[in-house]
Design a protein around this ligand. Structure first.
Ligand code: SGN
Ligand code: CA
Length: 529
């Protein structure tokens, strides 16, 4: 790798990056510098609520995601990738700051406002001469800071003819389907707006796969002939797990027939009918005509069958899976567009391409949709990377990584010293193919959004390679302990069971160490002795 000095302040460079600097050959002066001689670019693509079970390079049962898989096949796939707090705003704040929620202040979607004056990795990259941009979902309440260019969707965004907030403060409506539009804007910035002399970090943040999974009209017909096997834990009775039993995210009970499953008819009502109608009314008449032509026969068939109980649960699950996959088709196609652009413009060799999601999601496991819990499906998140030239690591990286590691990794890649108050670790040694003996052997997690939608109680916990210890607190005081080797589906809470005393003590010790290391004040409220 060669780093062109002119764009980096040497004061900010690590010794490794300094060593990589080679003087620009004098014969090149005055000529346009090639991409080869610049610091590495970063293209960070993050979706919303996309989960490993629905990405074919992780799980072949349901989805086909050839473009996401291309990133993994040409680069690396992280097999143990996790978040620090499994919900949108908090996850994004952890990613931007490299810090756990209690340190970056954005603990939950309901009350938090991101303090945009705090340092973030895009700000450090800017100081080092990078151009930074973010397009798409932001969800941090305050407006973005640290970006030369931003155009974001308000709140959760709209799938159809969406609103965008622009840097001049205007809110505009763009005609089309959001996943395509976010990509159009991103490619437009790459092609026409950025300063091509500078290295860049582009954050492409999709709304897809967020609820209520409204597919592009061109994909509506897909997967209708498919019937998906329900997950093993679909009919979970939540025995031994009180907080799981009170959560309101069951496909059967809480998935809305109209809003989530699009079974809208004038003579039918539901809790979220008006929310659905607001989204539907964003479509123009051509879009609505295609939508209606597809859904009308399904709606009439659904109401004529008057399904109940298990049959209704399974019917809802099938529709959920199909809608999710149709929405995912657009997401994967649009990732392909970005990869093609980078390839056609000779940017692949000099760019780190990352694909991840703000957290994982339940696809019927435990009978659920949504996320929030520290259980595996939502604690994990997809993470694949295509590495720039010179990084020969390929295949699987099995070390435990977390979204607080992204910022440190990007700074390290750019040759910027990782600030000591960032709590994540740079993954660069892993990308170089090293196997650091002192890599973390457990992960800390803390979720705060309760009371709130889906009624998932507040909890924190620690996970090592085999065991997971969780404490649900606030208006509940329950511990859960799982042996992931014996019980990968986390059905059998063994906390307090005879014979688990030693493991429990060891995991509590780990938890305490993590809370001290990350300086989480919750330790004062619930001391661990
Ligand atoms: C919305 C959704 C919830 C979802 C949260 C958080 N309800 O409130 O189902 O859990 O977002 O999601 S909806 O009726 O508005 O669709 S997050 O990914 O942004 O954190
Ligand atoms: Ca999300």
């Amino acid at each position: 790798m060669t780093v062109r000095k002119s764009h980096l302040s040497t004061a900010m460079l690590t010794p490794a990056a300094m060593a990589a600097i080679v003087p620009v050959a004098s014969c090149q002066s005055g000529e346009k510098k090639s991409e080869e001689t610049k610091p590495f670019n970063i293209v960070y693509i993050m979706s919303d609520d996309h989960t490993q079970q629905m990405m074919s390079c992780y799980d072949t049962r349901y989805a086909e995601t050839p473009n996401m898989d291309r990133i993994a096949n040409e680069g690396v796939r992280f097999t143990n990738s996790f978040v620090a707090n499994s919900i949108s705003g908090p996850s994004r704040a952890c990613m931007l700051t490299g810090k756990h929620s209690h340190k970056n202040g954005f603990t939950d979607n309901e009350h938090s406002v991101f303090d945009g004056s705090q340092p973030t990795f895009p700000k450090y990259l800017q100081q080092a001469g990078y151009q930074t941009a973010i397009i798409g979902k932001w969800h941090l309440e305050s407006l973005p800071t640290g970006f030369d260019k931003w155009e974001i969707v308000p709140g959760q965004g709209d799938y159809y003819n969406p609103r965008f907030i622009q840097q001049n403060g205007d809110t505009i409506v763009r005609q089309g389907y959001l996943t395509n539009l976010i990509t159009d804007l991103s490619l437009d910035w790459l092609e026409n707006e950025r300063d091509k002399e500078k290295p860049f970090a582009l954050l492409i943040h999709h709304k897809a796969q967020h609820r209520n999974w409204m597919a592009d009209t061109c994909n509506l017909e897909l997967y209708e002939d498919k019937t998906f096997p329900v997950p093993e834990t679909f009919f979970d009775d939540y025995a031994t797990r009180e907080a799981a039993s009170t959560a309101e995210m069951r496909i059967f009970d809480h998935m809305d027939n109209i809003y989530d499953l699009k079974m809208d008819r004038d003579d039918k009502d539901s809790y979220l009918k008006s929310t659905y109608r607001a989204f539907y009314s964003r479509m123009d008449s051509v879009q609505q005509a295609k939508w209606d032509a597809f859904y009308k026969p399904i709606i009439d068939d659904f109401y004529s069958r008057n399904l109940k109980g298990r049959e209704l649960a399974e019917w809802k699950y099938q529709r959920y899976m199909r809608d999710y996959l149709k929405t995912l088709k657009s997401l994967d196609d649009n990732i392909g567009r970005v990869l093609d652009y980078l390839e056609e413009n000779d940017l692949l060799d000099n760019t780190l391409i990352v694909y991840t999601s703000d957290q994982g999601f339940y696809m019927g496991e435990h009978g659920w949709f949504d996320k929030r819990f520290m259980y595996e499906e939502s604690f994990r998140t997809p993470l694949v990377m295509r590495l720039p030239k010179g990084f020969d690591r390929r295949g699987d990286i099995d070390q435990m990584v977390q979204n607080i590691d992204y910022g440190p990794t990007f700074l390290d890649l750019a040759g910027v010293e990782v600030p000591s108050d960032m709590q994540g670790e740079s993954m660069m040694p892993l990308l170089r193919g090293e196997n650091p003996a002192d890599w973390r052997d457990d992960l800390y997690y803390h979720y705060y959004e309760y009371p709130a939608e889906h009624a998932v109680k507040r909890h924190y916990g620690v996970r090592d390679s085999r065991y997971k210890l969780i404490h649900f607190y606030n208006d509940i005081d329950k511990w859960e302990l799982f042996d992931l080797q014996e019980d990968p589906n986390e059905l059998n809470n063994i906390y307090g069971k005879p014979g688990t005393e030693e493991i429990t003590a060891r995991m509590k010790e780990r938890l305490k160490k993590a809370q001290i290391k990350y300086d989480d004040p919750i330790l004062q409220t619930y001391p661990l002795d």
